[in-house]
Every structure is written in C-alpha cells, then in structure tokens.
Design a protein. Sequence first.
Length: 411
Amino acid sequence: RQSYVTRFLFLTDVPGPPGRPTIFDVSRDGMTVAWNPPDEDVETKPSLRKEMDETTAKLGQPAVMKCQIIGRPVPEIKWYHAGKEIVESRKYEMSSDGRNHSLSIMTDEQEDEGEYTCKAINDTGDAETTGVLVLERTKRRVDTARMLQKPPEFTLPLVNHTAYIGEDVRFGVTITVHPEPRVIWHKSGQKLIPGHDDRKYTFISDKGLYQLIIHNLDNEDDAEYSVVARNRYGDDSCKARLTVVPRPKPADLTLRPMFKRLLANVECREGQNVRFEIRVSGHPTLKWEKDGTPLAFGPSIEVVHEGLDYFILHVRDTLPEDSGVYRVTATNSAGSASCQATLKVERVAHVKKDYETSEKERERVSGKEELDKKVRLSQILAGTVVTPLPPAAVQLPSTRLRACLRVACLP
C-alpha cells in the first residue's frame, strides 16, 4: 500500500522572469528548487519587503530608521520628515544597499520626533513606508553656580498704558533675581527717587516682581517710563508709554418726560381755592403758562413739589380773571412733553352793605328826632296822635299809602 505526502513550497523572494522555479530531486527529507537567473534588463516596480517600525530614542542621542524595498533597476531612495524632504548632512546620514535602507538622525531637539517616510522610485513606479520616531527627554546636569552668574533679565517687560485723568496706573515687571538686581525707574529719562514724592509715586518690590504706581493722574504724567535692572554681571532695561486722556462724559440714559397724571379741568366759584395736580417722570424742568403767557407766581399762585414726580399748582382766592387755559411743559435732555386744562371761575353777585352815617348825618337825624318829639307833644296836647309811617311805606303808591294811615284819637 502506497502513502502520499503533500508538501508546500513557499517562496518569499520570487525570481524575476524568465526564471520560473523548477522542482526536482525530491527526497524524503527535502527537495531541490532551481530556476534560471532573471534577465538583467527586465524592470520591476519597487516593492516593500519590510515596513519601517516605530523607533524610540533619547533626546541628544542618534536614532536610526530602517526598512527594506527592492526594485529593478535599483530604485532611488528619498527620505522625508513631516512631509519635507531630508537633505543628507551632519545631522542626517543615509545608507542603502539596494535592499536595506536606513536613516541615522542626530537628535538635538524635540522637534526631531514625528513621522519619517522612505520612498523608493524607479522608471516603473515607486513604493514607500512610514515610521514614527519617539524621543525621550533626558535630564540635564545644571551648573547652578554658573547659572547664577548672569545679568538681570526681564521675564515680563513693561507694557503701554492708557488711563483717565484722576485715575491711578500701575506699571509692573518681573526680573530674574539671582543675584538680586538694583532696580531704577525713570520718567522721560529723569530718575524717580523713592520717598521723594510719596503722594505721587509708590514703589513695590516682592520676590522678582517690581511695580511703580502713579497716583491721581494729570496731563503732566503723560510720558515715557523706563526701568533699569542692574547687578555685577550686567544690566537690562525696558520702557513703555503712558497716555493720559480726559475722562469721557457718561452716557445720557435719561428718558423723555412722560406724564403719569395729566392736568384736569376745574370749575369753581369766585373766592374759592383750586389746585391742578400732575405726575411726570424723567426729572424734568417745568414751565407753566396761562393762555400762552408764562404764569406769574405769587402768594395766590404757587407750585409745590410734593414727591419724586408729584407737582401741585395752587390758585388761591380765585377771581373771574383767573379763568383760562393752564398749560405745563416738562423738559429734560431727552425731549419734552406737555398737557393742559381749563379753569372756569363763576362770578358771585355782591350785596351792598349798609353804610355808616357820617357825623353831620347823625346830627341831622338827631335834630329831626327832637323836632318829631315836639310835634308829637303838641299833637297830644291838641288831642290828636299821628303814628309815623314805617320806612318801607314811604315808597308805596298813594293808593296803597292811604291804607297805611291810622288816626288814633285820645279818649
């Protein structure tokens, strides 16, 4: 009985034409494969044999990126970093044997990490592969003594300021303080001395932060200010401009006057007191008129302000000539508004009072009364009494007058 064994042959590097593989001399333990060598003039497109892997290196040390690409004719190899072609130099070294390709990078900055691409090109086409370089930071040894032997340096310099008249303004800088610098402030090139004018300038120093505060700004403070920091290893300076401007007028947010209560028509009798009431918003000034003429105020006509927006016009002891159209106009910066009403005063008929008699009249009446007494006495002696008519009867017609006469005879 025969047994059959199946064997598979895998070729990782297929020969080019016409070298077609031929299997012969098969034994129990192996086999022989042979093919004709490919023609030298046969061209093949570049093909990738081994992709570029991710590479990790320490910053400051060399890093090598590797890959395998073949092709016929032998392709031209180009390298790229972040899409930009790399030119061979002291920093970059390139090597290639037609199959294995490498790029050596002398890393000296963190920007050297990122994507690197190897591209193979010949007349039949191209192929490429991309890998990533990761750089690890390394701790540097610091020479503390050497670091401290440096001139001052402004880590935060002065900046320009614009401020209003009457305000305070603050200039501030931060400076390296190893060793501690001496800091001097200047205005338009003139040195500002601490303690010389404490009402105008305040100087503050706190762990590398140096400040100059200028109080109650005026036009004289509009200038260029500078600060100089100096130690035994050197100095540094910076400057800025202070611009002082007038304070702008506040925006006018006033609303146009508005009447919440209007004038109302009034009728009264002569001699009575009346009042016109209004309520108006907007903090206005008021102008009162009567029949188009400004109202003349006095003891009998006055305006009383009895609250935030409440006004009363009083007209006392009214006369017929007080009748008319009363108008009030309220005005502010946003506009004006007005309203009007009518006052009607009813005239009252006057009754004449009895006048007081003069001295002569009293004497005349007294004399007449004395005469009447004598006449009455003689009438009594004669036996006849006449009763005088009442004053109202004197004005009666003669026909009615006779009815009022009465003769009395003495017994």
